[in-house]
Design a protein around this ligand. Structure first.
Ligand code: AMP
Length: 364
């Protein structure tokens, strides 16, 4: 773990950030272990087992339907729904998974208290639909002689995959990595910096569960949010290196009115903290402004820190970093033709008397 004590020593001095080419500084989160959602009554098919999903997938293949897949941990919000809408737009059939994946939580993290509301999630998904604005051109040709209104079919979420932990980890899944046995997927070189430095088992857990899902669902397209930018880099690399045939589609971050990136964990926060946390995106936007005339990473990062620190104590800023878009290498200068990821993590007080980590990013 790459804790940088130098940050603590100097954290009260903003001038410190100006001396940095780019920077990272760290700490933690909390909790124990929990269990699963119960069934809901809904028009959406609820699939519980790998066999049911494989059966569903085979039917789509036979029917010639493309399949979009949106993996989530539930507690759905507009951010998740924007991924689902993208899938509805681009695919004949959409499958959403709801599974709180234990292997990406450390024993000290919030697996037990992670928000779960399966019935509400399914109700939200049931309300979504997409109707193409135009009849597809290839079918709409006048000579096709068909009723075009019939072809403008509305798509809705077809199925939810909500497996049990046993279904996904038949041999069990202790949270401590040292106690785990069996097959896990690690994407080397991309999993130990940024979020991976604070949560060393996180991307191994993510890569493992995404691998399982891709093998079960075999989607044509899989959807991830820009909000978790390192996750998108890890998954894209994994999909490429392990020769999966699906496309990875990255959907822009959905935000609250004050710019705060939507997150299931925002439910842990008071209204006041949520309001103050608007400073995070303000800081990122300020950095984007600075980047118009400045490529020095230290100066761009300083702009973020100064703005965020107006509302969040500077010692609660875990890292602000500028990294290469594919290799995640830390950059001292942003190459204007290549761009970069500017990402951060901060800790804010939550309603339970502890701290909640918030992450965000923009692409420069
Ligand atoms: P989670 O349920 O937190 O694992 O998130 C499931 C998917 O939703 C991931 O691909 C996230 O990146 C994505 N996601 C979460 N929050 C947002 C957001 N505010 N905007 C866009 N995508 C998001």
């Amino acid at each position: 773990m790459a804790y940088r004590p130098a940050f603590r020593a100097f954290s009260r001095s903003l001038s410190f950030f100006r001396q940095l080419p780019s920077s990272s500084y760290f700490s933690y989160s909390t909790a124990a272990a929990a269990e699963l959602p119960l069934a809901a009554s809904s028009p959406i098919q609820i699939l519980r087992t790998k066999a049911e999903v494989r059966h569903w997938r085979a039917a789509q293949t036979l029917a010639g339907n493309s399949v979009g897949f949106v993996p989530t941990m539930g507690a759905l919000h507009e951010g998740h729904l924007s991924l689902v809408r993208s899938s509805l737009r681009m695919n004949d059939k959409t499958l959403v998974s709801i599974f709180v994946n234990p292997s990406q939580f450390a024993p000290t993290e919030d697996l037990a208290s992670y928000p779960r509301d399966f019935d509400r999630d399914v109700a939200l998904l049931s309300e979504l639909e997409y109707t193409p604005a135009e009849t597809p051109k290839r079918i709409a040709a006048p000579e096709a002689n068909v009723d075009e209104s019939v072809l403008r079919t509305t798509t809705k979420v077809d199925a939810v995959f909500a497996p049990s932990v046993e279904e996904m980890y038949p041999s069990g899944i202790p949270l401590a990595v040292s106690e785990q046995t069996g097959a896990f997927v690690t994407v080397e070189g991309l999993s130990s910096q940024l979020e991976g430095a604070i949560r060393p088992q996180f991307f191994r857990g993510v890569a493992t569960v995404v691998t399982k899902f891709l093998n079960i669902v075999q989607p044509d397209r899989v959807y991830f949010g820009q909000k978790d930018v390192q996750q998108t880099v890890v998954v894209k690399r994994m999909v490429s290196d392990l020769c999966y045939g699906c496309a990875v589609v990255v959907v822009p971050t959905s935000r609250a009115d004050n710019g705060l990136a939507l997150s299931s964990r925002n439910a842990y926060l008071t209204d006041q903290v949520r309001e103050d946390a608007g400073a995070i995106f303000k800081g990122l936007q300020r950095a984007v402004d600075v980047y118009r005339t400045e490529t020095d990473a230290g100066k761009i990062i300083a702009a973020v820190v100064e703005t965020v620190a107006e509302k969040i104590p500077v010692e609660e800023i875990e890292y602000v970093c500028i990294n290469d878009l594919e290799t995640l290498e830390e950059l001292e200068r942003v190459h204007p033709l290549k761009g970069a990821i500017l990402s951060l993590a901060v800790r804010v007080p939550n309603s339970f008397g502890g701290k909640t980590r918030l992450i965000d990013n923009v692409i420069l």
